[in-house]
Write a protein that binds this ligand. Sequence first.
Ligand SMILES: *Cc1c(COP(=O)(O)O)cnc(C)c1O
Length: 232
Amino acid sequence: MIMSPIPQNLQAIAASIVAATEESGRAPGSVQLLAVSKTFGPQAVHQAVAAGQRAFGENYLQEGVDKIRVLKEDGAPPLEWHFIGPIQSNKTRPIAEHFDWVHTVDREKIAQRLSEQRPAGLAPLQICLQVNISGEASKSGVAPHELAALAHKVAALPNLVLRGLMAIPEPAEHFEDQRAAFARLRVLYEQLRADGLALDTLSMGMSADLRAAIVEGATIVRVGSAIFGSRY
Ligand SMILES: *Cc1c(COP(=O)(O)O)cnc(C)c1O
């Protein structure tokens, strides 16, 4: 039987996070690793948990909710679950009921529903607004010129805590192009902070562009294939 590479992959990612953090003169521990477990089964999550990973990202609602339930039934330690997929407005309730974070809020209606549907006994839902920093190339995400208005509305909702911004830039091969896209998100984030919003989270960077994202200030990197392997 072939040994699972998941623990080794987690170690390698942790090392690249440390290297990029040091390279950019940032504080050690200022970047959190979100393990994106979409399409991988509960056993893969268990292996990552055994290696010390606690925060997981899911894109597909039913798959994510099922996995959260299985891990709980299996007696896993408390885990932090982040919803990072596209949100349909008629499917917000299971997100509000099962997840701790949502990275992909891009309109007021979704935020209102998540706030209304968040069960009273749970901590507020932690929110990032997804921003479209690649223009025509992407359909998801709020347009940069509409971001400030949305951010102030979301920050005022009772059962949500607005933590920051998230983006999925167009894939770029070269480091400087990757950096330029992440820098656009960082500038928007700094403008909102200057405008009085208490944000602390920049969710940006995936397996292929982690280093550029960290150099530009990412506080959460969302890594799937470099931990769990190829999805195809
Ligand atoms: C799949 C996915 C990731 C992880 O991508 P990898 O390239 O596998 O690291 C990160 N963020 C989002 C929103 C995703 O959908």
